[in-house]
Design a protein around this ligand. Structure first.
Ligand SMILES: Nc1ncnc2c1ncn2[C@@H]1O[C@H](COP(=O)(O)OP(=O)(O)OP(=O)(O)O)[C@@H](O)[C@H]1O
Length: 264
């Protein structure tokens, strides 16, 4: 919700907002008839207005968790609630609608449509949802919020990689979703541009009350979050409140060495 002010920049770990944006209850995912366990049943609660980092070594199940939580994949066990809606019980058409209207996505490859203008790319989720009134104005507000209000008519190819990622963030936020899922949003960016993108995500949480779940390998990116959870071999094995890069790095180092980490 644009303009709705929130409290301090960093919310204390464990503080629960009035209701939860995302709840995973025993969510697991296996492949090949159960032969490959990508995600053991995990529980996770993300209150509204929280910025969460999901971390872990390669193959630990981060993308699987994100895909199940975002309704892009159906878990083999457990339930996912987005703003109180059990998404597993939705028919495919309802799930598509929920994804379009209540969930925002930011990927490493920003997936903008090259033939559409920047403004049209941002307006796309609204138009796909059937909105007609005020679409251009809402897209303009979202673009201005990421500092690109003057680039509406440009094509994505005319923008730098970092600017394109900012457009992707505007597109993810234009529907004012319950949760934004970001999968390595800074993975392809230089440190200064990554800083800009993380500033925008942090601002979306603090200024506008959005909820962001971000998969990242980067301890410095995780340090922008209110909390970091760590996966190893398909299980959540640790969590850090108010993570700083050094502590995140320490946990990652231990996980890389295959040691069990006690939740901090
Ligand atoms: N479609 C699939 N079929 C079989 N196994 C899969 C499939 N998708 C993922 N896996 C397995 O599930 C495990 C978790 O994969 P996932 O992609 O979630 O890990 P990740 O932590 O996101 O890794 P990375 O950081 O390398 O992207 C891996 O062992 C992977 O090989």
């Amino acid at each position: 919700m644009f303009g709705r002010r929130r409290g301090p920049a960093r919310k204390a770990a464990g503080v629960r907002a009035g209701s939860d944006a995302l709840v995973l209850d025993g969510v697991g995912r296996t492949y090949r008839g159960g032969g490959v366990v990508a995600l053991h049943p995990v529980d996770l609660v993300v209150p509204r207005g929280r910025f969460l980092a999901v971390m872990g070594p390669s193959g630990s199940g981060k993308s699987t968790l994100l895909q199940c939580a975002a309704g892009l994949d159906r878990p083999t066990s457990g339930t996912v609630h987005v703003e109180g809606v059990a998404i597993g019980s939705l028919a495919e058409a309802e799930l598509t609608r929920l994804r379009r209207e209540r969930i925002g996505f930011v990927f490493q490859a920003h997936n903008l449509v090259p033939s559409l203008s920047v403004g049209e790319n941002v307006a796309l989720p609204l138009m796909l949802g059937g909105a007609t009134d005020g679409v251009g104005a809402r897209a303009a507000v979202a673009l201005a919020a990421v500092g690109l209000g003057d680039r509406t008519d440009d094509r994505p190819a005319e923008l730098s990689g970092g600017q394109q990622q900012r457009v992707a963030i505007a597109r993810a936020l234009v529907t004012e979703p319950a949760v934004v899922f970001a999968d390595e949003p800074t993975g392809a960016l230089d440190p200064a541009t990554a800083h800009d993108v993380l500033t925008l995500l942090r601002q979306a949480v603090d200024r506008d009350g959005h909820t962001v779940v971000m998969v990242t390998h980067d301890p410095y990116a995780a340090a922008w979050c209110d909390e970091a959870v760590f996966l190893a071999q398909g299980r959540i094995v640790a969590a850090l409140g108010a993570p700083d890069a050094e502590r995140v790095h320490g946990v990652m180092r231990q996980l890389g060495a295959g040691r069990t980490v006690v939740a901090a």
